[in-house]
Design a binder for this molecule. Structure first.
Ligand code: ADP
Ligand code: MG
Length: 342
């Protein structure tokens, strides 16, 4: 879907902002670029939608060279969300959200229908259609920014620190909401952040950048299990590495001792009931395909009781995901006698 071949960018002929980047992403992947400020994240995003062109190398979108495509046409296939969403204050939410469909000459009825549909995706009712941006909270405005990028149903969405300006609680909510939304819509997302928690929570795969260069690429679990160097280790943080290793250990112990599973679609009450029946205090959690996702224990359920009845939310919020290395995978398949497809 998206491929970089030895892409570099220098501004005004000086230093490299992005240096020799190569990677390939599949359709439907949630990719997160992460790195400290100034490492070339925004430059990378701008090259994808041709706000700037690379100095060297090429960018392919669906096997077509992006630089050879008309930039305006290209941008219609790419949604773009940034931190300063820039909703137009004199336009209603409906008008703001359907800017691109309007450029594409959708009829008024089609646009209204689409705006309603989009608001529904984030549980905002029709009553918001006629409001103005200043009548919305920061979190709601940012949701509208995201919906605007989704409006014409582009296959690829670029998001440059979209939740960076929000308070931590709103930010957390929007991350969960957006991750769910992406799983339902199956869009390819390229998301930029400098926040490790956000990256680990959202990414299918992460690309870690430093001074314009790719340092490590992999799933969050791969990166947690084997940081490429000290820079990555430091960026992840000692606490998080220890927690991740503890999680893997717990899962391995559970698999060996008492492998009772529950589906991530179940409720916490159901989990508590099973724990009582089986006289255990933790359960392994699998998804619909039988893939192991992590574990829940009584303490995790208790501490989230006020927030959620969904086991999948607890896994998301706690990052209790399972290490996906081959050794663990093999023992999971052996003990649970299920196919494990990470
Ligand atoms: P990030 O988004 O990761 O913070 P950027 O891609 O914005 O990083 O910037 C990467 C590097 O390129 C930085 O050193 C920055 O100063 C430089 N840079 C970005 N935009 C320009 C520009 N328009 N002109 C000159 N240098 C720039
Ligand atoms: Mg930036």
């Amino acid at each position: 879907m998206l491929k970089f071949e030895n892409v570099s960018k220098t501004y005004k002929g000086n230093q490299y902002a992005v240096k020799n980047l190569s990677f390939e992403f599949d359709e439907g992947e949630f990719i997160v670029f992460i790195g400290p400020s100034g490492c070339g994240k925004t430059t990378t995003m701008k090259m994808i939608n041709r706000l700037i062109d690379p100095t060297e190398g090429s960018i392919l979108i669906n096997s077509q060279n992006a630089q050879e495509k008309d930039a305006v046409k290209l941008r219609r296939d790419i949604g773009y969300v940034i931190q300063q969403i820039g909703l137009f204050p004199h336009m209603t939410i409906q008008e703001n959200v359907t800017l691109v469909p309007k450029l594409m000459n959708w009829s008024k009825e089609q646009r209204k229908e689409r705006a309603k549909e989009l608001l529904e995706l984030v549980d905002m009712g029709e009553e918001y259609l006629s409001r103005y941006p200043n009548e919305l909270s920061g979190g709601q405005q940012q949701r509208i920014g995201v919906l605007r990028a989704l409006a014409a149903d582009p296959p690829l969405i670029l998001m440059d620190e979209p939740f960076g300006a929000l308070d931590p609680i709103t930010r957390d909510t929007l991350q969960d909401e957006f991750k769910n939304l992406q799983q339902r819509l199956g869009k390819t997302i390229v998301f930029v952040t400098h926040d490790m928690d956000e990256a680990l929570k959202l990414a299918d795969r992460m690309v870690i950048l430093r001074d314009g260069e790719l340092v490590q690429m992999g799933t969050p679990d791969e990166i947690l299990a084997a940081p490429a160097n000290e820079f990555v280790e430091e960026f992840i943080g000692k606490d998080r590495l220890l927690q991740s290793r503890a999680t893997v250990q717990t899962v391995e112990q559970l698999m060996n001792a008492n492998p009772i599973t529950i589906s991530e679609g179940a409720t916490t009450s159901e989990a508590v009931q099973i724990m009582r029946e089986k006289r255990v205090d933790s359960l392994l959690v699998t998804n619909g395909n039988g893939t192991l996702k992590g574990y829940v224990d009584i303490e995790m359920i208790e501490s989230n009781r006020k927030n959620t009845e969904n086991i999948s939310d607890i896994l998301l919020s706690k990052l209790h995901t399972v290490n996906k290395d081959a050794r663990v995978r093999d023992s999971i398949s052996r003990i649970l006698k299920i196919g494990v497809s990470f």
